[in-house]
Every structure is written in structure tokens, then in C-alpha cells.
Design a binder for this molecule. Sequence first.
Ligand code: NAD
Length: 282
Amino acid sequence: MVLMDGKKLAQQLETELKTQINNLREGRKPSLVVIMVGKDPSSEVYVHHKQEACARVGITSKLLEFAPDVTETTLITTIQALNADSSVDGILLQFPLPSHLNKTKMMSLVDPSKDVDGFNYQNQGLLMQNQPTIFPCTPLGVIELLKAYEIELKGKNVCIVGASNIVGKPLGMMLLNQGSSVDFCHEFTLDLASHTLRADILISAVGHQGLITKAMVKPQAVVIDIGFIKDPRSKKVFGDVDFAQVKTVASYLTPVPGGVGPMTVVMLLKNTFLLYLSHEKN
Ligand code: NAD
């Protein structure tokens, strides 16, 4: 079994990006604004990592923090002001949002040209039509990881367990656009194993520790674990895949941590840089 080292690949990509940003002419640097509502402990950690990563490569980042009871109007006004601010390249709305805020509505307010996460419906529509767009960071990170390990995508059976709008669905669409046949599974899928066992590439994005067992994996399949679960007591991090079991049957496997997570962060940096380049060109 080959361990797919997302941490190492992310470091390489980060170094390349840092060089590209260093080589920019004097003047404005790429910039990212992160909006965080409330004090979700996981979000605080993620945002901290994202800001540190920005600083490492020379991207200016700013965190706008709001109380959990912030009004929808305040958030809308904030997003509109950032949309109009020519010094801002990327706007990231950190999830989860408190339940009184409509996630889909808020995402749709971010200007598509600053939609660093690729969550706006316009960018998701372009992805659906296989047109150039900004791709969501986690799905893009998975595709880059598969490509770096020279995993053939064309003609392969892919099973994606977990079909959220921000991870599973866009990833499936990207793989479909690469010529894979994609089977989406979710919480209402009956006999999950009958789907997973057909997959040459099995991807899990659920958030359920140990959901994917050895008996659900086709021998020699490539297995990508997007799940990220933190045990509140031990503070240890787990994925959806039972790593100890599945490593005995898979040909390639991502660890958690150190697989998809670091790739997500570096793709955020890459997307910010791409948005910057498009703003500088216009
Ligand atoms: P989500 O809750 O929005 O979606 C979960 C999906 O899993 C849904 O489609 C649901 O129907 C499906 N599901 C739930 N229970 C299931 C079951 N028993 N069998 C099959 N499908 C089931 O979650 P999300 O935002 O898409 O995130 C999914 C996981 O990926 C989480 O663990 C999250 O922390 C992780 N994640 C990791 C990264 C990273 O960078 N590593 C980035 C984003 C999300």
C-alpha cells in the first residue's frame, strides 16, 4: 500500500507558490479576508492554520470575527463592502454558521470573482458545465493528490460517500469532468457496501469515524479519506476510514491527519493567488 502523503505534497506546492508570490513586482500582495461567526473551537483552529499558511507564502490575511448573534443585515453589509473593496482578492466565509444565518444565501452574496472557496452558485454552475471556474478547495486538493500519484481517472469507477454541496457533490462533478464514472452515496443509500465494492477509487466525506471497513473496499482500490473527526477527550483526529483494516486491502490510501487536510489549505492559497492574478489583469 502506498501512503498518499498530502502533507509533503502540500509543502512542495506551498514552496512553489511562495516563489511565485515573491517574484511578483513591487506593489499589492494577494489578500484574503476570513469571516468567522461565533467561537466554534474547530473553526478557530482551521482559521488559525489558514492564516499561518497565508503568512508563510506572502498572502495578506485578515480575520473578521462576529458574535454568534450577529444579524443577517450586518453580515450582508460586511460581505457587500468586501465585494466592493479592490484590495481584497478572496472572501472566505468560515462554516459552520449559526442556524439563524442562511448558509446558501450568504455564500451566494460573495462576489463570484472573490469566491475563494468556489461555493457561490455561479461558480458551482460553471463547474457543472465543465467551464473554467474557481474549484472548491477540498475537492481540488483531492484531485491534485490523485494526479500527483499518477492515479488514472478516465474510465474509472469512483464511489463518493457523502454528497454535500461543498465537498462530495463538487468533487464528483470534477471527477466526472475528468472521465470517471461517479456513484454518489449518502445517508439514505441502501446497502452502502454494494456501491463501495465496485469502486476503483473510493472517497469518503462523511464525518463518521470508522464508517469504511475492509469488507467495503475492492482489493487494490485507491481510498481517499476526507472525513475529519476530532475526539473531544483525547483530542486525537480520525477519518471515516478504518485505517488499520483498509491499509491491508487498498493500493493507495490517505492518512488522517496528513492527507487531504493539508491539501485543502494549500488549495486555498492557490485559489487566493489565482483570484489575485485575475484582479490584477483586469
Ligand atoms: P456534511 O455533514 O455537510 O455532509 C455529510 C454527507 O455524508 C451527507 O451527504 C450525508 O448524507 C452523508 N452521510 C451521513 N451519514 C452517512 C452514512 N452513515 N453513510 C453514508 N453517507 C452518510 O459534511 P461535509 O461538510 O461534506 O464534511 C464531511 C466530512 O469531511 C467531515 O468529517 C468534515 O470535517 C470533513 N472535511 C474535511 C476537510 C479536510 O480538509 N480534510 C474539508 C472539508 C470537510
